[in-house]
Design a protein around this ligand. Structure first.
Ligand code: FDA
Length: 394
C-alpha cells in the first residue's frame, strides 16, 4: 500500500468486497479490505456444496428481485457471467454446467477463493481479518474510519458487508446501520432461498414423508419454479421450494404441482381406460414416490379402483394433483437462508457505479443492496458485477 493511509476501504471480504478490491487495486488505488471474521470468503467456501456455483449461463435482470427491477441491469451488463467465466478459465479452474445453466467448479470452491486472493495480492490489496470497523465519519473530502486496530482516513468507503443470512458465517446488520447513518433508506429485510416450515395440521399431514424428494412445480403469487421439492421434518425444502420462498410471505397461498410434466386428469382417464380394475393408490404410485402416493390417498380418502370413479371425480383428483395446496406457516429464517431479501434501497444509489447519491465516495455492493438473485449462481454474479462496477470508480 502507498503510504500509511489507504485510498479505499472495503468493509467485508465476501465475493463482492474481494471483486471490488481487485478492480480498485488494478487501477492503482491503495486498498485496505477489512473483514471482521477470522478469514475472508467463508460463504464462497461453503457454497454449492463445496464446489461454488459461481455463476449462471442464463443470468439476466429477470433473475433478480428488487423494488426497482431495472437497477441491476447496468452492472450486470458491465461485468457479465462471460467475463467471470473468462477469469475462471484464465486461472485454469475446471468447471462444469450442472443443470439450468449453473456453473460449478469440478474440484473445489477453494479454487475460486484462491483466484480472488491471488488477484488481490497482485493488485496490492491489503487484507486484514478479525478487525472491526467501529465508526465512520464523513469529513467532507473523505471518511475518517475508526477500526479495532486504529484510525485511518480514506477517500472512498465500500460497504460489502452482506446480508443477515447465516449469522454463524459472520453476517451482521452492519451495512444497514451504516446506510441509515448516512441517510439511506433500508427496505425491510427477510430470509430468501430458505426452506419453508409447516406446523399444526399441515405438518401432521406430511409427517413421515421426511426425506422424500420429487419433481414439482412450486407456485406462489403468480410465479412458478419447476424443480425438485424435498419433504423435511420441519416442512418443505429442495430447490423448487427455496426458489419460491423468495416470492412467498406468511399468509400467502402455496401450491405444488405434483405431476408437473403431465395433465394429471388426462393421465388418470387414460389409465382408467387401460386398467379399469387398478387401485387408485397403485396408479398414483407409478408417478409419485410410493409413500407420498399412499399418504395422499389416506388424506383425501381416495380409496378403491379406478372404475368406481366417474370421470368427473378423476377430473377433480387430477386438478388437485396438478395444484395441491400446502399451508406453510413460515420459513426457517436467516439461520439457513442462502440470501437476505430487501436491504439498502437502490433509490439512493447510482446503478452504474453503486455510489451513494447522497454521500460521494460511499458505495454499497453485493447482498447488502436490495437486489437478490434466484438460486443457481445468480447471487454470486450480482456480487461480481456490482463489485466490479464500484471498483472502476471508487
Ligand atoms: P458476503 O456475506 O459473502 O460477505 C460479507 C462479508 O462481510 C462477510 O465475510 C462478513 O463476515 C463480512 N462482514 C459483515 N459485517 C462486517 C463488519 N461489520 N465488518 C467487517 N466485515 C463484516 N450464491 C450463489 O450464487 N451460488 C452458490 O452456490 C451459493 N451458495 C450459498 C450457500 C450458502 C450456505 C449461503 C449462505 C449462500 C450461498 N449463496 C450462493 C449466496 C452467496 O453466498 C451470497 O449472495 C454472496 O456471498 C453475497 O456476497 P457479499 O460479498 O455481498 O456478502
Amino acid at each position: 500500500m502507498k503510504g500509511s493511509e489507504p485510498d479505499v476501504i472495503v468493509i467485508g471480504g465476501g465475493a463482492a468486497g474481494l471483486m471490488c478490491a481487485i478492480e480498485a487495486g488494478r487501477r492503482g488505488r491503495s486498498v485496505w479490505l477489512i473483514e471482521h471474521a477470522n478469514r475472508v470468503g467463508k460463504k464462497i467456501l461453503m457454497s454449492g456444496g463445496g464446489r461454488c456455483n459461481f455463476t449462471n449461463l442464463e443470468a439476466s435482470p429477470q433473475n433478480y428481485l428488487s423494488a426497482n427491477p431495472h437497477f441491476c441491469k447496468s452492472a450486470l451488463a458491465g461485468f457479465t457471467q462471460w467475463d467471470f467465466i473468462a477469469r475462471v478459465q484464465e486461472h485454469g479452474i475446471a468447471y462444469h454446467e450442472k443443470e439450468l445453466g449453473q456453473l460449478f467448479c469440478d474440484e473445489s470452491s477453494k479454487q475460486i477463493l484462491q483466484m480472488l486472493l491471488d488477484d488481490c495480492a497482485q493488485a496490492g490489496v491489503r487484507i486484514t481479518t478479525k478487525t472491526d470497523v467501529l465508526a465512520i465519519r464523513n469529513t467532507g473530502n473523505g471518511f475518517a474510519v475508526e477500526t479495532s486496530v486504529g484510525a485511518v482516513t480514506a477517500e472512498s468507503v465500500i460497504v460489502a458487508s452482506g446480508g443477515l443470512s447465516f449469522p454463524t458465517m459472520g453476517a451482521t446488520g452492519f451495512g444497514y446501520e451504516l446506510a441509515r447513518q448516512f441517510g439511506h433508506e433500508v427496505l425491510p429485510t427477510r430470509a430468501g432461498l430458505v426452506p419453508l416450515t409447516l406446523s399444526g395440521k399441515p405438518m401432521d399431514e406430511i409427517d413421515g414423508l421426511s426425506g422424500i424428494a420429487c419433481p414439482v412445480s412450486a407456485s406462489a403469487n403468480n410465479v412458478s419454479f419447476r424443480s425438485a421439492a424435498l419433504f423435511t421434518h420441519r416442512g418443505l425444502s429442495g430447490p423448487a421450494i427455496l426458489q419460491i420462498s423468495s416470492y412467498w410471505k406468511p399468509g400467502d397461498a402455496l401450491h405444488l404441482d405434483l405431476l408437473p410434466d403431465r395433465d394429471a386428469t388426462d393421465w388418470l382417464l387414460q389409465y382408467k381406460r387401460r386398467k379399469p380394475a387398478a387401485r387408485l393408490a397403485a396408479c398414483l404410485a407409478e408417478a409419485l414416490p410410493q409413500r407420498l402416493a399412499q399418504r395422499l390417498c389416506e388424506l383425501e380418502h381416495w380409496d378403491g379402483v379406478l372404475q368406481d370413479y366417474p370421470d368427473s371425480s378423476l377430473g377433480a383428483i387430477g386438478a388437485m394433483l396438478n395444484q395441491r395446496p400446502f399451508k406453510a406457516s413460515g420459513t426457517e429464517g436467516y439461520r439457513t437462508a442462502e440470501v437476505t431479501l430487501g436491504g439498502v434501497s437502490t433509490d439512493g444509489l447510482s446503478s452504474k457505479t453503486m455510489e451513494s447519491k447522497r454521500v460521494p465516495g460511499l458505495f454499497f455492493i453485493g447482498e447488502v443492496v436490495d437486489v437478490t438473485g434466484w438460486l443457481g449462481g445468480y447471487n454470486f454474479q450480482w456480487a461480481w458485477s456490482s463489485g466490479f462496477a464500484a471498483g472502476q470508480v471508487c
